[in-house]
Design a protein around this ligand. Structure first.
Ligand code: ATP
Ligand code: MG
Length: 545
């Protein structure tokens, strides 16, 4: 089911022997332009109604639906990684994706496919290419939800550009020497997917499409949206005929060619694949009168419409060939989705980038013990049990890996921060020392046992790791009591004091270490104070008790 902004399209195929498909059901239902705007579902009830109508009209049997998303919120990246085992890739892809996706990784659904084949890996390739797709979780959920609400089960969510490629590969032979541009022109979006060497090498979604033509006709002839749509499809509206419309349409086609040209220029500048050799057009917009011719002339390369039913069988009694062919290009995405299967190794945003590693390993062959149905039941029970345990194990393992990654990240962060933490601790210690000194001086000041000038000298002489607990000046004697972290610090203090002119050289006899507690020494000392020189205003040092 292709949920476009102009039409919802449904195709059901039946697989025949030899990998061929037969068309079983098909339906197209128009959607009001306000239901989906800019690739976002704005009015889900309108979309659910359209889906339900299609389900009823076609009588589709399959319960499981594949759908796709497109537009600027779809991120597609090709990334290079060292060659690794699929299990390892599955575990690390989330982390890798974080480096390449401009959204919070928790807000997106992502999936990936490995482009480097096993043959290249076998001949010793060191790097491998991985195609990564990420889409805002909310957008995927919206598309999934409208299908669920119609009573069907959404099992695959792909991207429009890759769905067209599926349809092209199913119906045409890929020429590995040619560079083919698949251009799907919808109503609001044009998806471009360039194929070279049999692989998708470039993608771009342009915000242009069939609406551009309709709007130009509306402006030119002052018509309603619906009238302009009719005129665009070749019907006369009032006095305006298809030939009146033609000039306006050709102008828009030329603008569209410019947009496509810009994309090709960008492709040429960023890749070594060479020029585009062929254009293959799809989407309802590709049916616009004369657009194909305008593009063919502009790019000078073969240009054709993609017929997604080219190799699909259908009963002429069930489906009108002419009708089918007239709308075929519009159903390219839908056919590309209808051939998808869960677990087919292609992009499925519902797989969440957590591919079931166990399921991708070589299948072990089980001895089924003949055709005894009991044996089959036992085997089925065993397989179901194993799947349940496998699923449970896988879940636990994924959680464990995620936790291990978090622990590693935290350890890395701690290693980065450790030197800074140490520095902060040192600063804190120094700060504490300083605060202690300031406090002592404050206390001393409060007690005012020594004249201010003497206090000032003493505090200046205090080295690091020494602090005072008491100071008094009695007559001409300065008594100090304090603590120090080591005796060298005390020595440094004495030396500093000795340099003060008003203090007589401290007499070692008067200096005592009176106690010790761990690394902290208690000391006391007394120093004789000389009377200050009276040389001006500094005469506040007269000794006092
Ligand atoms: N015969 C036609 N001539 C011209 N334009 C047509 C014709 N048939 C359909 N269209 C245009 O094709 C567009 C619809 O195509 P399509 O169904 O591929 O778009 P969509 O998937 O709904 O849109 P999108 O993918 O942009 O959300 C509309 O703009 C419609 O007017
Ligand atoms: Mg579309």
């Amino acid at each position: 089911m292709d949920i476009g902004s102009a039409t919802v399209k449904l195709v059901e195929l039946k697989e025949r022997k030899g990998g061929q498909f037969q068309l079983v059901r098909i339906g197209v239902e128009p959607l009001s332009p306000e239901a989906i705007v800019d690739g976002s579902i704005m009015d889900s009830s309108l979309v659910v109604d359209a889906i339900q109508k299609l389900n009823d009209q076609t009588g589709v049997k399959s319960a499981s639906f594949a759908t796709s998303v497109s537009g600027h919120s779809v991120i597609i990246k090709k990334i290079e990684l060292p060659v690794m085992e699929p299990e390892e890739l599955a575990e690390s892809i989330q982390w890798e994706a974080e480096q390449h996706i401009p959204f919070d990784i928790n807000d997106v659904r992502l999936d990936y496919v490995t482009l480097t084949g096993p043959e290249e890996m076998a001949v010793g390739a060191e790097q491998m290419e991985v195609l990564l797709v990420a889409v805002k979780r909310e957008k995927v959920n919206d598309y999934v939800s409208v299908i669920s609400q119609s009573g069907k089960s959404p099992t695959v969510v792909d991207v429009d550009a890759f769905a067209i490629q599926n349809a092209y590969e199913l119906n045409y032979d890929l020429d590995p020497l040619k560079v083919v541009a698949l251009i799907n022109i919808g109503a609001g979006v044009t998806n471009i997917n360039i194929i070279a060497r049999g692989q998708s090498v470039f993608w771009r979604d342009l915000s242009t499409g069939g609406n551009q033509f309709t709007e130009a006709l509306q402006r030119e002839f002052n018509l309603s949206f619906d009238q302009a749509e009719l005129l665009k499809r070749g019907e006369s509206v009032g006095s305006y005929s298809a030939s009146d419309a033609r000039k306006v349409l050709d102008g828009v086609s030329a603008e569209m060619a410019n947009e496509i040209q810009k994309t090709f220029d960008f492709f040429a500048a960023t890749s070594s694949e060479g020029a585009v050799d062929e254009l293959v057009l799809s989407g309802g917009g590709a049916l616009t009168l004369n657009l194909q011719e305008v593009l063919r002339e502009r790019f000078g390369v073969p240009t054709e419409l993609l017929n997604p039913f080219r190799r699909i069988h259908f009963k002429e009694t069930d489906f009108n060939r002419e009708w089918l062919e007239s709308i075929a290009p519009m159903l390219a995405v839908t056919v590309g989705l209808a051939i998808r299967k869960v677990g087919d190794g292609k992009i499925n945003l519902l797989a969440e980038g957590r591919r079931p590693v166990v399921a991708r390993k070589a299948k072990p062959t089980l001895g089924l013990g003949g055709q005894d149905p009991n044996n089959l039941l036992v085997v089925a029970g065993f397989v179901l049990g194993a799947l349940a345990v496998g699923g449970w194990w896988y879940q636990l393992n994924a959680e464990l890996t995620a936790r291990q990654r978090q622990v590693k990240a935290a350890q890395r962060r701690y290693a980065e921060l450790e030197p800074i933490i140490k520095q902060v601790e040192e600063f804190k210690k120094k700060n504490d020392d300083l605060e202690r000194k300031v406090q002592v001086i404050k206390d001393l000041k409060a007690r005012q046992k020594g004249p201010v000038r003497i206090m000032d000298h003493v505090s200046r002489a205090l080295p690091e790791l020494v602090w005072l607990e008491d100071m008094s000046v009695i007559g001409a004697t300065l008594n100090l009591r304090g603590k120090a972290f080591n005796t060298n610090a005390v020595a440094a203090f004495i030396e500093n004091l000795g340099e003060v002119e008003e203090f007589k050289e401290p007499d070692p006899k008067n200096i005592q270490i009176v106690g010790r507690e761990g690394n902290v020494y208690d000391f006391q000392m007394s120093i004789t104070v000389r009377p200050p020189k009276l040389d001006g205003a500094d005469e506040d040092v007269e000794a006092e008790s």
